[in-house]
Design a protein around this ligand. Structure first.
Ligand SMILES: [Zn+2]
Length: 162
C-alpha cells in the first residue's frame, strides 16, 4: 500500500464517534514500511481490547476501530485474512461496528485476525515448495493478492453499510 499521512489516517475512521476518533493514538508513521504492507494495523497498550486498522479501498484509506472479544479463540484458529496455516502468532476474534446508522443500531461484523496484525509479514514469509517445480514466488504473490482482497472487502463492508 502507499503511505498515508497522519491527517488522512485520522480522518479515515468510518465507525468511530468523534470522541473515539480523537482518542486514537497513531503509530510512528515514519517507522512504517508501507511497501510491505497490505493494510496498516496497530494496538494501543492503554486500550488493550481495541485494535486499529486502515485498509486501502480503491486506494483511499478506510480506518476501522476493532474490538477484541475477551475470550481467547482455540489455539489453532486460522486468520481469515492471511489464511496462514502455520501461523507464528496468535489469532483473535475482533468485531467492528458498521459505519453510520447501522453501527449506531448495534450492527457489527466479526472476523478472526492475527492478534497484532502480522498478516502482511505472514504472506511474505518464504514457504517450502509444495512439490517439485512449485512456483514459490507465484504462490507468494497469490497470497498477497488474497490478503489485499480480504482487507479491501472488509473495509467496503464496514464503510458502505446502511
Ligand atoms: Zn493474519
Amino acid at each position: 500500500m502507499h503511505a498515508f499521512t497522519e491527517k488522512d489516517i485520522r480522518a479515515s475512521f468510518v465507525n468511530t464517534s468523534l470522541r473515539e476518533r480523537n482518542a486514537i493514538v497513531l503509530p510512528d508513521l515514519a517507522e512504517i514500511g508501507w511497501e510491505n504492507l497490505d493494510y496498516l494495523g496497530w494496538r494501543d497498550p492503554k486500550q488493550p481490547l481495541a485494535g486499529f486498522i486502515v485498509v486501502p479501498v480503491d486506494d483511499l484509506p478506510v480506518g476501522i476501530l476493532l474490538r477484541q472479544t475477551e475470550h481467547r479463540v482455540r489455539s489453532r484458529a486460522q486468520c481469515a485474512w492471511c489464511e496462514d496455516v502455520t501461523l507464528p502468532n496468535d489469532v483473535v476474534f475482533f468485531s467492528a461496528r458498521r459505519a453510520g446508522q447501522a453501527g449506531r443500531n448495534g450492527d457489527t461484523v466479526g472476523t478472526l485476525l492475527c492478534e497484532r496484525f502480522e498478516c502482511s509479514a505472514n504472506v511474505r514469509r518464504p514457504m517450502p515448495p509444495a512439490y517439485l517445480g512449485f512456483d514459490v514466488e507465484a504462490a507468494r504473490q497469490r497470497r498477497i493478492e488474497a490478503l489485499r482482497a480480504h482487507a479491501e472487502g472488509f473495509g467496503r463492508d464496514i464503510r458502505d453499510s446502511r
